[in-house]
Structure formats: structure tokens, C-alpha cells
Write a protein that binds this ligand. Structure first.
Ligand SMILES: CC(C)(COP(=O)(O)OP(=O)(O)OC[C@H]1O[C@@H](n2cnc3c(N)ncnc32)[C@H](O)[C@@H]1OP(=O)(O)O)[C@@H](O)C(=O)NCCC(=O)NCCS
Length: 146
């Protein structure tokens, strides 16, 4: 089940975040996203415990995927795909024209997931990441909304 992320989810989110990312966001980052960022829409995959999460920023006709993670123990079961599908549906229902995201150049699994869902590589952002230092690929998907 995919539902909105709440403040009560933060302890579990922080455990996942620190296990999945070399430069994890802080709890304060998530707190700001949930409580104060008017552009933010954060959801979790919850089935008797948090198994994944997705962050989005909606700014007029542009939607950015800010984060996506699935617990290591539950990867490879389609949860990442269902969270990306949720993002695509959110884009369509909000009449978005373009979706963007950044991903590490070495993250073949995530790149495959995004390409499978119609995202294309648009540009490289040099030295975008730290821990370890790495370039980002900017990926985009455009929509023709009526
Ligand atoms: C990326 C991530 C969200 C994918 O979640 P998931 O639940 O494992 O995704 P799915 O089970 O839906 O599988 C995604 C696809 O990747 C494929 N895949 C698995 N390992 C792969 C690899 N090493 N290289 C390429 N593709 C791979 C799967 O086969 C599947 O494709 P398919 O449906 O065509 O078979 C998850 O791996 C994750 O949380 N990674 C750490 C955090 C991260 O990198 N987030 C992305 C930030 S941009």
C-alpha cells in the first residue's frame, strides 16, 4: 500500500535512508519536506512496516523525483517499479509536462528502472555527489497533456 509519509514514519525512514545512501538526508531534511515545503509530496510503501519511499517536488508543470529507496531486503520484487508508477500517475493527475531526476552514473539498477518507465538521459552533472564523489546523470521524461 502506498500512502503519504508522516512525521511518525521518520524513525523508520532514517534507518532505510542511512542503509541505502552514502550521503543520507538528515531527519531535519525530511521534517522540512513533510511539514514546510509546499512543493513536496512524500509517500511510503507500507505493508506491516516501511519497505520503500518516494519523494516528489511539484513546481507548476515540472515534477522532480527527489528520492527513491526500497529496503535492501525487499529489492527486486517490483516495489521500486510501483513507486515510479505512482510518480507517473501523480504527474498525469497534476498535468505535468516534464519530469526530472538525478542519479549516480554507476547506479545501473535505478537507471534501468527509470529508462523502463520512459525517462531518457539528458545531461551529466560533474562531481554532483559525494561519499563517494561521482557524476550525476540528469534524466527527463516529457508528457503531452491535453
Ligand atoms: C533503485 C531501487 C529503488 C530499485 O528498487 P527495486 O524494488 O529493487 O526495483 P524493482 O524490483 O522494481 O526492479 C527494478 C529493475 O531493476 C532491474 N535490476 C536489478 N538489478 C539490476 C542491475 N544490477 N542492473 C540493471 N538492472 C537491474 C530489475 O531486473 C528490474 O527491472 P525489470 O523489471 O526490467 O526486470 C533500489 O534498488 C534502491 O533503493 N536502491 C538504493 C537507493 C537508490 O539507488 N535509489 C535511487 C536514487 S536515484
Amino acid at each position: 500500500m502506498i500512502r503519504k509519509m508522516t512525521i511518525d514514519d521518520l524513525p523508520e525512514i532514517m534507518i532505510l535512508e542511512r542503509s541505502l545512501f552514502g550521503s543520507p538526508w538528515s531527519e531535519e531534511n525530511y521534517r522540512f519536506e513533510i511539514l514546510e515545503n509546499p512543493y513536496a509530496h512524500y509517500v511510503v510503501e507500507d505493508e506491516q512496516g516501511l519497505r520503500g519511499y518516494l519523494g516528489l517536488w511539484l513546481n507548476e508543470d515540472t515534477l522532480q523525483i527527489t528520492t527513491l529507496g526500497v529496503a535492501s531486503s525487499h529489492q527486486g520484487k517490483g516495489l521500486g517499479s510501483s513507486l515510479v508508477k505512482y510518480a507517473l500517475e501523480y504527474a498525469i493527475s497534476n498535468k505535468v509536462l516534464i519530469m526530472t531526476l538525478e542519479v549516480r552514473v554507476s547506479n545501473a539498477k535505478a537507471i534501468h528502472l527509470y529508462e523502463k518507465n520512459g525517462f531518457e538521459k539528458a545531461a551529466t552533472r560533474k562531481q554532483y555527489y559525494s561519499h563517494p564523489d561521482e557524476d550525476a546523470i540528469l534524466m527527463m521524461k516529457t508528457f503531452e497533456q491535453m
